[in-house]
Design a protein around this ligand. Structure first.
Ligand SMILES: *Cc1c(COP(=O)(O)O)cnc(C)c1O
Length: 405
């Protein structure tokens, strides 16, 4: 099998599995218990929190463990808005983008049903959010901006620190006018292995990360919550995670998440360089298919110093080639790719992300190939050989269908 869907999820790496192992049955204690056996579990949780805080240049108290990226995003968005709604009767406004993961998109849509106003920012043809457009969308009632850092479908990386700087300037002015501060939440679930996660350089207030995209376990995530940021919980119970996320801690997954993040960041520069080379090789070869176009940021200007596209992301559209058919034919050859995002690929709906890039309706899906640890050049050579053949065949069938109609 050639697995080219690392943006959907990654396998647990062996070092992570090994670190997790003792906490399933040997040290199974509840971190909240007082006896020393529980304390063993408790210290594993706190060591993991410290490791993650170190990677983020944050304080351990700013790290909240959740059950995955989706939950982190929900906690950030609903947690903040619930708190603000409890404190004020004023109208509230949230800004996000048209290219968010459904975790954010559907959360903001749910807020709208509760009477909160929302703006979905457009992006340019490469998927970049314009800072001017963002500034224009700000209203006196704006309290939150939520932006996907590295896009899960097209790989475009937003200039978060520039956006954050602009928001800081605006917030200083707003303070003088007694307007509410605008907080910045970043969905960083695709960035954990590829980008520098220093929250001070980024200047964000909240950031969501998960284990499943960085060779860690699934259903584990963190929310970075800058000190002083007040939110309400969305899950109530025993008061774990400083009352912000109740429920017995998933100790093995927490240990796994910390180990995965630490390793991903240690290896980041080396692995980015390797993947970037493979990615460019694959893109250049797939773009030889007549009519094919690359979705997302161009690769010419992408570099480690100024990253604008995830080093492992390839996303192309080919006219008259149905995405799902392509996925099925490649699957029959043992190659796993994705059409649209993993969460929607069972439905025939066009991708909302590709649609936001102002392409023809016919091209409103993308074939996504995302590379990872096990990807070798020889795998890509197989893909480069098969892909155009299948695409040409599908185009031929499409033409025949058109003739019959
Ligand atoms: C995967 C992903 C999520 C959801 O994370 P889960 O851990 O699957 O809940 C959210 N945002 C982005 C950008 C993702 O890639």
């Amino acid at each position: 099998m050639i697995y080219l869907d690392y943006a959907a999820t990654s396998p647990i790496r062996k070092e992570v599995l090994k670190a997790m192992e003792p906490y399933f049955s040997k040290y199974f204690g509840n971190p909240s218990s007082l006896y020393s056996f529980g304390i063993k579990a408790k210290s594993a949780v706190e060591n993991s929190r410290e490791k993650i805080a170190k990677v983020l240049h944050a304080h351990p108290s700013e790290i909240i463990f959740t059950a995955g990226g989706t939950e982190s995003v929900n906690l950030a968005i609903f947690g903040l808005l619930k708190k603000l709604q409890a404190d004020t009767k004023n109208k509230l406004h949230v800004i996000t983008t048209k290219i968010e993961h459904h975790a954010v998109l559907h959360s903001v849509q749910a807020l709208e049903k509760q009477g909160i106003e929302a703006t979905y920012l457009s992006v340019d043809q490469q998927g970049f959010v314009g800072i001017k457009g963002l500034v224009k969308a700000i209203k006196p009632t704006t309290v939150l901006v939520s932006i996907i850092w590295a896009n899960n479908e097209i790989g475009t990386i937003q200039p978060i620190n520039k956006i954050a700087k602009e928001l800081r300037k605006i917030n200083t002015e707003r303070q003088k006018k007694k307007l509410p501060q605008i907080l910045l939440h970043v969905d960083a679930c695709q960035a954990g292995g590829a980008l520098d996660l220093d929250v001070n350089k980024l200047s964000v207030d909240m950031m969501s990360l998960n284990g499943s995209k960085i060779y860690g376990p699934k259903q584990i995530g963190i929310l970075y919550l800058r000190r002083g940021t007040k939110i309400q919980p969305i899950i109530y119970g025993g008061g774990q995670e400083r009352d912000l996320r109740s429920g017995t801690e998933n100790v093995p997954a927490i240990v796994g998440m910390a180990t995965a993040l630490e390793l991903a960041q240690e290896e980041r520069l080396k692995e980015n360089a390797r993947l970037r080379g493979l990615r460019n090789y694959l893109i250049k070869n797939l773009l030889k298919i007549p009519g094919s176009t690359l979705n997302g940021a161009g690769i010419e200007k992408d570099s480690e110093e100024n990253p604008i596209r995830l080093p492992n992301n390839v996303n192309i559209s080919i006219p008259n080639v149905e995405g799902e058919a392509m996925v099925m034919y490649l699957d029959a050859q043992g190659i796993c790719i994705s059409a649209g995002s993993a969460c929607t690929s069972t439905s025939a709906d066009p991708s909302h992300v590709i649609a936001a890039l102002h392409k023809d309706k016919d091209l409103a899906y993308g074939l996504r190939l995302t590379l990872g640890h096990d990807t070798k050049k020889s795998d890509l050579d197989k893909v480069i050989k098969l892909f155009p053949k299948i695409a040409t065949e599908l185009q031929r069938v499409h033409r025949m269908d058109m003739t019959v109609v």
